[in-house]
Design a protein around this ligand. Structure first.
Ligand code: COA
Length: 183
């Protein structure tokens, strides 16, 4: 998997040098609530992530760092089943609010369509994850609706969306109930 450079970011396969940063970032309550990382999150979980999860043959997973000074930003990836990719991402709390994940995920989506061969990329998030919904809407994902998913052993309602290879990558209007007013 080749490295990717965007305007501000360097995306590459996670390795041992990321373990400390991933372990530290995943103590954040939003990452623990809104993603499927183990709770509590132990150092061994970060080691397992870089050694096993990130090298799974059907996954493309990147660690995201700034080009400027190699600051750790977060993680984004796709898990494939046939030609459908499921998107996942998180941003370390100190790096939020700068649009880094929008920049990184746009590139991950491009990679999914052009390199991995995805025809569809799917997104889902808990109903109160407005930041993630706004990010997906800004990348052109079309809102589908709610469904039930199992997360951390609980059945939870999630919002769902998808992007087709042929879809324009431009911001889409989503229901205000999902993204708040003036998305
Ligand atoms: C989702 C996440 C990656 C977004 O990264 P970020 O750096 O916060 O993203 P941005 O600052 O670019 O915000 C994205 C949008 O959400 C808005 N937003 C951010 N936090 C918000 C909040 N708490 N409530 C409402 N809107 C919010 C921003 O204003 C922005 O909207 P805009 O593009 O219309 O201006 C980050 O919040 C995160 O890692 N959260 C925890 C893990 C997670 O939820 N992962 C995704 C699981 S589906």
């Amino acid at each position: 998997m080749a490295d990717i450079r965007t305007t501000r970011l360097h995306l590459r396969r996670p390795d041992e040098s990321d373990v400390d940063a991933i372990f530290s970032a995943c103590q954040d309550s939003d990452i623990q609530r809104f993603t499927l990382v183990p709770v509590p999150y132990r150092r061994e979980d970060a080691e397992h992530f870089v050694r096993v999860v990130a090298v799974h043959p059907r996954s493309s997973v990147w660690t995201i760092r700034t080009l400027l000074d190699d600051t750790f930003v977060g993680v984004a990836g796709l898990r494939m089943a046939d030609d459908v990719g499921t998107l996942g991402y998180w941003c370390a709390a100190p790096q939020r609010g700068r649009g880094y994940l929008g920049e990184a995920v746009a590139t991950v989506v491009d990679h999914g369509f052009t390199v991995v061969g995805a025809g569809t990329i799917r997104w889902s998030a808990l109903l109160d994850n407005v930041a993630s919904a706004r990010l997906a809407a800004s990348l052109g994902f079309r809102y589908i609706g709610r469904r039930t998913e199992t997360a951390h052993g609980l059945d939870e309602q999630v919002n769902t969306a998808e992007l087709l290879r042929s879809d324009p990558r431009e911001p889409r209007a989503w229901p205000a109930a999902v993204v708040g007013p003036n998305p």
